[in-house]
Write a protein that binds this ligand. Structure first.
Ligand code: PLP
Length: 396
């Protein structure tokens, strides 16, 4: 019997705010009714604001981020097209695998897990590609497995400086609505996300932002697709309808979560993620542990991947946290299994929740055999959060 709250500090699915959960508790409705657009049409506009685009098109596919990856690729590219991708973690690796499975000619830049998108190497390869053979460049803005955030704007500059016309794809699954993302300013052609991370919803929606250039490409792209056909979606979406049964409950939740983001302000949402993440990082540093991210400029504000000392198995830390303290942290994925555990700090989160995460992690690390001073991590984070709070105006 577990009492009290079970805490979730995995990097998605994230905590669903009570107001969002309640908003989804509605009867089923007719998705062909004349007034269905009253629910859905505002979602496209709200999602465009979150992606910071006025010229892009938003699509919601029943599915998850992986489905949205597939939709992005199959609608805009042709069989055998050359694409440029980096592999530096679980998700960038799976994206490469999908592109290969779908029959693209993938030029892969392999990097250590912990590295970011190799902008200089991408620039070099784009410069060498004088015949514009590379049709798309892929960036994983936030590699969730390693807690590494990459510089999308710099990849856009690399394309522009080399007068290269390739489409720019961005995986924003664990960055959209939590890290700075600017679709129009960075001229991103396809951005992909899911409902279960920064948007604070259950999984079930694969979400795309599509530029005019990518939409134009989709009119001629010949890769095989059926369920994920942009043209079918576009035609039905015009009046707020869908080509197949949409998850209406999730739309009710999304309406609420978009309203929350608007109310807090997107800039403030992003600043909050930074503030909270910095406190977590100070805690980790006080334990004497280090992050997987190779450099501080790569630190992700949505997830920290923490290396445990060689003599400790990170799986024990996860097990102790879950079994003894009702708390879930993210596991080390692929080659990081047993070496790393992750604290997800994105979505509906505040200082007190991050202190709980640090407090439990500290106890679990201690019990798993890590030599640390109990309270050290929590204290370091408290000092940071208290100092930050002192800078904010008092609530009336
Ligand atoms: N890309 C990144 C960066 C992710 O973190 C994830 C999932 O965690 C995915 C893609 C896959 O998304 P989904 O699990 O929604 O299919």
């Amino acid at each position: 019997m577990r009492t009290g709250q079970t805490h979730l500090f995995i990097p998605g699915p994230t905590n669903v705010p009570e107001t969002v959960r309640q908003a989804m508790n509605v009867p089923m409705q007719d998705m062909r009714a004349a007034d269905f657009g009253e629910l859905t049409l505002g979602l496209f506009a709200g999602m465009k604001s979150v992606l910071r685009t006025t010229t892009g098109t938003v699509m919601f596919f029943p599915g998850s981020g992986t489905g949205a990856w597939e939709a992005a690729i199959t609608n805009t590219l042709n069989p055998g097209d050359k694409v440029l991708m980096a592999r530096h973690g679980q998700f960038s690796g799976l994206w490469v695998e999908m592109a290969q499975r779908l029959g693209l000619d993938v030029e892969v830049v392999d990097l250590p897990w912990g590295a970011g998108t190799p902008v200089k190497e991408f620039a070099r390869r784009l410069a060498a590609d004088r015949d514009d053979k590379i049709k798309a460049v892929f960036v994983t803005q936030n590699e969730t497995a390693t807690g590494v955030a990459s510089n999308v704007a710099a990849v856009r500059r690399a394309l522009d400086e080399n007068f290269h016309d390739a489409l720019l794809f961005v995986d924003g699954v664990s960055s959209v609505a939590s890290l700075d993302f600017r679709m129009d300013e960075w001229e991103v052609d396809l951005v992909v996300t899911g409902s279960q991370k920064g948007l604070m919803l259950p999984a079930g929606l694969g979400i795309l932002g599509i530029s005019e250039k990518a939409l134009e490409a989709s009119r001629h792209a010949t890769m095989r697709r059926a369920y994920f056909e942009f043209a079918d979606m576009l035609k039905m979406n015009a009046d707020g309808y869908f080509p197949y049964t949409p998850p209406t409950q999730l739309f009710h939740g999304l309406r609420r979560s978009l309203a929350r983001i608007e109310q807090e302000g997107l800039d403030k949402v992003i600043a909050r993620h930074h503030r909270l993440a910095e406190g977590v990082r100070r805690g980790i540093s006080a334990w004497g542990l280090s992050l997987v991210a190779e450099h501080h400029t790569l630190y992700s504000d949505t997830v920290s991947a923490i290396r445990v000392p060689a003599e400790v198995d990170a799986r024990d830390v996860l097990r102790i946290a879950y079994e003894d303290f009702n708390t879930s942290f993210g596991s080390g994925l692929g080659p990081l299994a047993g070496k790393v555990f992750r604290i997800g700090h994105l979505g509906d989160l505040n200082e007190a929740m991050c202190l709980t995460a640090l407090s439990v992690a500290e106890m679990a690390l201690y019990r798993a055999g890590v030599k640390l001073q109990l309270g050290a991590g929590v204290g370091a984070a408290q000092a940071w959060y208290a100092a930050q709070a002192a800078k904010r105006p008092m609530l009336q």
